[in-house]
Design a protein around this ligand. Sequence first.
Ligand code: NAP
Length: 196
Amino acid sequence: MKVGIMGGTFDPLHIGHMLAAESAREAYMLEQVWFMPSHIPPHKHAAGTTGAQRLAMVNSAIAGHPAFRVLDWEVVRGGVSYTIETVRRLQEEYAGIEFYFIIGADMVQYLPKWRDIDELVRRLYFIGVGRPGTPLDLDALPQHIARRVLIADMPQLDISSTMLRSRAAAGKSIRYMVPDAVFDYVQRSGCYGVQP
Ligand code: NAP
C-alpha cells in the first residue's frame, strides 16, 4: 500500500494544501493521504493558533474525501516536529506501507537542512509539487537527495497561509481560498482576528 504524508503547519489550511495532496495522490497512485499537522515546525515560529484548532480545521476540510485521513501524532507529541521522528514511528507501526512525504517547491530547496535528511531519503521518497515563482530545481540538490524527490504537477495557486492570516487580520475575505468547512470554522471560532 502507498500512502502520502501531507505534513504542514496548516495555519490555516488552504486550497493550495488540498490541491497539493490531491495532485500527489493522483500522480503517484497513492491509496491514501494522511495529513500530519505539526506542533512547532522546525523552520518557523510556533503557529498563532493551537494544535487543537489546526487539527479541527484539517479534520473538517478532509471529511468528505474517502482517501484522506488526519494523524494527530505531532500535535500530541508536542515540542518541535522533526519529520524524521514521525517517519521512524510511521514505519515501525505500519511496516507494510510505502510512505511518500508531500512538500511544496520552497521546501524542496530547503531539504538539505532537514534533520537527519540522509536517513529520511533512505526511508522514503518525497513528492515535490509546484508553487508560482519557485522552480523545482532538483539539480541544485545533492544527488542522493535529488534522486529521492519525485515531481507532481498541480495547477499553480499563489496562496499561502501567511497571506491568509494577513487578509483575515485586515478584515478581508478569505472565502474560497480555504475549504468552506475551514471558512466556517474560522468564522465560528474567531481565530486570526476574524469577528465571530
Ligand atoms: P505549511 O506552510 O503549512 O505548508 C504545507 C506544505 O504545503 C508545504 O510543503 C508547502 O510548501 C505546501 N504549500 C503551501 N501552499 C502551497 C501552494 N499554494 N502551492 C503548492 N504548495 C503549497 O507547512 P510548513 O510549515 O512549511 O511545513 C511543511 C512540512 O515540512 C511540515 O511537516 C514540517 O514539519 C516539515 N519540515 C520538517 C523539517 C525537519 O524535519 N527538519 C524542516 C522543515 C519542514 P512551500 O514550502 O512551498 O510553502
